[in-house]
Every structure is written in structure tokens, then in C-alpha cells.
Design a protein around this ligand. Structure first.
Ligand code: SF4
Ligand code: SF4
Length: 59
């Protein structure tokens, strides 16, 4: 299950892009977006590095 990214909370820092081993996330116009949801391996590395709490995983 790919993450949800709260566009209001995202600062566009790019840390989640760097952390993701399979390039699920890209930052465009200073906002992170899930661009390859089917590739997500559910490692939650993106959530761990996000300092603004923008990344969550729906149950
Ligand atoms: S780590 Fe968080 S704040 Fe930074 S780009 Fe990713 S979602 Fe946005
Ligand atoms: S959970 Fe892992 S594979 Fe999925 S988007 Fe986050 S860092 Fe990438």
C-alpha cells in the first residue's frame, strides 16, 4: 500500500524521494507526489525521514 502525502504539510524537502529504494515518490513544484504506487514495497522509509508528518499509511 503506497503512502498518502498531505500536500498541505509537505515542505518539498525531497528526503522521502532520497529514502525510497524504488522511486515511488517525486517532488514537483515543491510538493511530493506518489508517481509509481504499484512499485511501493511498504518499507516505510519515506515516513521515517519525513519531518513534517506529511506521509501516512492508511490502515
Ligand atoms: S519528506 Fe515529507 S516534507 Fe519532505 S518532500 Fe517528502 S513528504 Fe514532503
Ligand atoms: S514505503 Fe518504501 S517503497 Fe513505499 S513509497 Fe515509502 S520509501 Fe518508497
Amino acid at each position: 500500500m503506497p503512502p498518502k502525502i498531505d500536500q498541505e504539510k509537505c515542505s518539498g524537502c525531497g528526503e522521502c524521494v532520497n529514502a525510497c529504494p524504488v522511486s515511488v515518490i517525486e517532488v514537483n513544484n515543491k510538493k511530493a507526489k506518489v508517481v509509481k504506487p504499484d512499485d511501493c514495497v511498504d518499507c516505510r522509509a519515506c515516513e521515517a525521514v519525513c519531518t513534517t508528518g506529511a506521509i501516512t499509511f492508511p490502515e
